[in-house]
Design a protein. Structure first.
Length: 65
């Protein structure tokens, strides 16, 4: 998901919550950011073939920095 906080409407947020299996009670105990992080992780786990977002930096990366 591309930076979801920028383009999530209430309706879209609730649909994503339902698809990720979050309940009303879950949402009562989570902040908006926590819910978005959960949804993001849920969909990343559902699509394991997707390229990872982060790459472990090697010495050459630090040298370039």
């Amino acid at each position: 998901m591309k930076n979801p906080a920028e383009s999530v409407s209430t309706e879209k947020f609730l649909i994503l919550c339902k698809e990720a299996g979050l309940t009303h009670d879950d949402l009562e105990h989570m902040t908006f950011g926590m819910a978005l992080d959960y949804i993001d992780e849920y969909f990343e786990m559902k699509n394991p073939n997707k390229k990872p977002k982060t790459v472990n930096a090697g010495q050459s990366d630090f040298d370039k920095f």
